[in-house]
Design a binder for this molecule. Structure first.
Ligand code: DGY
Length: 324
């Protein structure tokens, strides 16, 4: 019988997926469920046929420079792969895959949840009530910002941006404007009920809510900084469920403190799990711990999508979600 390929999971995965993987692979998992060190990742590359990292594992050129790695595939548990140096992986002859599609809906749902929470005092209302700070209904209590019918600007119009457009447009009657370096055609935009902005500035100047849905690349890193925040409508709300490094967090804190922005809803941070103290101090910011894809259904689907990539690769076929 052919020996089973040895795969290493960098974190604990949903139990059901771990059991299914056990049937076909020799699975090593990181029982402590801590982010792996560079040394542990190098060891994984030397010892496992497949290594399955997540967003918390920085596989840079230094880590990937392991001489004659045993690993032939990095099957990432997640859609974003900016933590993996693709060129370095290619140089070492390692294939890289990700998990698109399966987390689109849940991430879009969370972007809507953050938009509603940031605009409507959902979190501060809950906190105050539980702290006994509620003397009853009154017209001036926790006044929020209306969401329905407002203009939403989407920066990035890929799978998740489109799913947010659908929810905001059809569910909340919002006018949806989009900016993407690869914009939809006029016909597609009409069909999806969105307006295409010629540039980021136009989107920022004309939106009540701005939600980010693009990957972090050398071109997009820090794309929402002081000048861009200054272009946003006074009282606008920023939502980020994409990647923290898209935003200059200190500039955002300043824009919130000065009340130039009404609020923000963030699920991602530039140096996770660090969250700038100045953001935590601002009551009008809703901060979540990178929960975009965190539903039982989606996390299982992500694991199964990784398995599909592994199965195809180890069967000598092209894995469906190959990115390098
Ligand atoms: C993703 O899939 O990229 C999520 O951000 C979690 O990794």
């Amino acid at each position: 019988m052919k020996p089973r390929a040895r795969i290493l999971l960098s974190r604990r995965w949903p139990k059901r997926v771990e059991s299914i993987l056990d049937e076909d692979y020799e699975v090593w998992s990181n029982a402590r469920d801590h982010a792996m060190s560079a040394a542990a990742m190098r060891q994984a590359l030397r010892r496992a046929d497949g290594f399955c990292p997540t967003v918390t594992d920085r596989l840079d050129s230094d880590v990937l420079r392991v001489p004659s790695p045993r690993t032939r595939i990095l099957a990432n548990f997640g859609v974003g792969f900016e933590h993996i140096d693709l060129d370095a992986a290619r140089r070492s002859g390692i294939v890289v895959t990700n998990t698109p599609d399966v987390l689109t809906d849940c991430t879009a749902d969370l972007a809507m949840a953050l938009m509603l929470a940031a605009a409507r005092g959902v979190v501060s209302g809950d906190r105050r009530l539980k702290a006994g700070d509620w003397a009853g209904w009154r017209p001036t209590h926790i006044p929020g910002v209306r969401v329905s019918g407002k203009t939403l600007g989407l920066v990035g119009f890929g799978r998740i941006g489109r799913a947010v457009a659908q929810r905001a447009g059809q569910g909340f009657g919002m006018r949806v404007r989009v900016f993407d370096p690869r914009p939809p055609s006029d016909e597609e935009a009409r069909g999806l009920g969105v307006e295409v902005c010629a540039g980021l500035d136009e989107l920022l100047e004309t939106s009540d809510f701005v939600s980010l849905h693009c990957p972090v690349t050398p071109e997009t890193e820090g794309m929402i900084g002081e000048p861009q925040l200054a272009r946003m409508r006074p009282g606008a709300i920023l939502i980020n469920t994409a990647r923290g490094a898209l935003v200059d967090e200190h500039a955002l804190a300043r824009a919130l403190r000065s009340e130039r922005l009404a609020a923000a809803g963030l699920d991602v941070y530039a140096r996770e799990p660090e969250v700038p103290a100045e953001l935590k101090e601002i009551g009008r910011v809703v901060l979540l711990p990178h929960l975009g894809s965190a539903t039982r259904e989606t996390r299982e689907a992500m694991g199964m999508r990784v398995k599909e990539n592994l199965d195809r690769f180890f069967a000598g076929e092209e894995p469906p979600d190959r990115v390098a």
